[in-house]
Structure formats: C-alpha cells, structure tokens
Design a protein around this ligand. Sequence first.
Ligand code: CP
Length: 309
Amino acid sequence: MLKRKDLIGLYDLSAEEITEILDVAENMKKLLRQGIKKLPHLQGKTATILFYENSTRTRTSFELACKYMGATCINISASTSSVKKGETLIDTGETLDAMKNDFIVMRHSMGGAPKLLAEHVRASVINGGDGMNEHPTQALLDMCTMRERFGRIKGLKVAILGDIAHSRVAKSDLFGLKKLGAEVTMYAPETLIPKGIDRMGAKICKSREEAVEGADVVMGLRIQLERQQAGNFPSLDEYAHFYGVNREIFSRAKPTAIVMHPGPVNRGVELTGSIIDDNASLILDQVLSGVAVRMAVLFLITQYRNQQM
Ligand code: CP
C-alpha cells in the first residue's frame, strides 16, 4: 500500500507504488464512465488548492476529484490571497494547518516548493507542478491512458517531442515510464533538450522520423511561447515545419499508435489540427484519466493517514 504523507514526484516512487496508483485509478475511471460521481472515500476531509500559476486541467480535476469523493474543497488563488501581502509559503501552510485542513494541492513556479512546504506542514502536500521539476499526477494520468489502451506500459515505445527543457511533464513521464519498463525517445531543437536527460534514461534522437519510427505513443509537449523570445527557436512557423508532428511524421509510428498531449495545446505548432482531432488522439481521454488519477492519489494518501491516527 502507498505509505506516503505527500506526493512530490515520480522520481521518489517505486514501480510498485506507481502500479498501485494506476490500479486504483483504473477502477475510479470505470466508475466515472458509469456516471458515478458520489463516493464516500474522503468524507470529513478538507482540501485546499493553492496554485501560484495558471491552470485549467489540474486545478479543475483536483477540485472535482475532491468533490466526487465527498471532501470539502476550497481554492486559493495566490493573486487574491495574503501571499500578495508578503506572507511566506510556510506561514500560509501553517495557517491552513491551524484550520484543520487535510490536503494542500499546490502548483508553484519554483522547483522544490512543494517539498519545502511538505516538510513544514501537517497536511498532505500533493505537487500539481513545480517549476521545471515535476508534475507527478500528469505523468500518472498519461500512464493511466496508455495502460488502458495497450494493457501494459512495459515494452511500449513512447516518443516525446516539444519543449522538453522547460517541461516538468517530460521529466515526470520519463521517471514513471522508465520505472515501468517503457522505452522513451525524445526529439526537439538542441536548445530545448536539457543537458543530462539521456543519463536519466531518455534516448535523444537526431530527427523526428527516428524518434517516432515504430512508436506506440507520440506525445507532443507545449512550446512555451514565452521561450521564443529567449531565442530557443526562430519562429513558431519554422518550429511547426521542422519539429512539429504532422500526418506524414505520425504515419511512421505503429498503425495502432496513439497521440497524446498534456495540454494546453498550441494548435498547428507542436501538433497539427488534424492530428489533434484524429481518432488516434487520446488527449481528451487524458483529461478523464486526470480526474481518476487524482481521486486515486487522494484516496490512497487518506488511507495511509487514517492508519497513522
Ligand atoms: N496539463 C496541465 O498541467 O494543464 P493545466 O496547466 O491546464 O493544469
């Protein structure tokens, strides 16, 4: 059983822990598909969603996961909270502790912020994305969608293309997929490949064709428009032309291959519109997996906390 107060990153989790979360998420996803959105697992619990960066998917799916399982859930936006008056992260966390809050789901621009908070608060901290470090529940939901489609993770070839250097999703996906036995290939302009990622198990390819050849999963990552000003690539049009995934590139993957993207997508940049809307695209299934995985994580941590009481 998952024996953790917090979920900070997939770097820390064993293959067995990841598999347990995916097993529970699979069941949650079945319930969601049946329209069952009223479960008792978190009754009496309180969760605070504390996001210092923008979000649609992660914030909403955590909130729905809490509500579907009976928790009280509140949202704090950093821009309207006392953070604006200079309150520190730890003081904010201790304030929430004093209110008997059980979970802090947190997104922060600084890598390591959720870990720091987790070391100082009684509440369980779940990382909803920290800087360029990790986005563990995104990688778990990606694996949930892959495992449902292929029945396994072991032996899959997953090609990841896009802004890998600035992507917390790429790192969490790499850690999780390698632990469960997948092969991970990556391709991007050299300026968007972080140094040393090959030593973490990724195969860095010399072309899109090489990365995608025979892949089971082709995953695009968002080109962070703000990076263009940093001169990491010449223009969005040129990025799409030389590095994006179009129908011709996708045809090199296996006939059974799927398209994935964590969102938000820049249509026509990392993936063409026709690839996004293709039957092979499971981007919206990833969104459903997101609710299921977040339900599973909240439930498993609650079980562990109840045992500690
Ligand atoms: N994938 C993801 O983290 O999306 P949001 O930024 O909308 O939460």
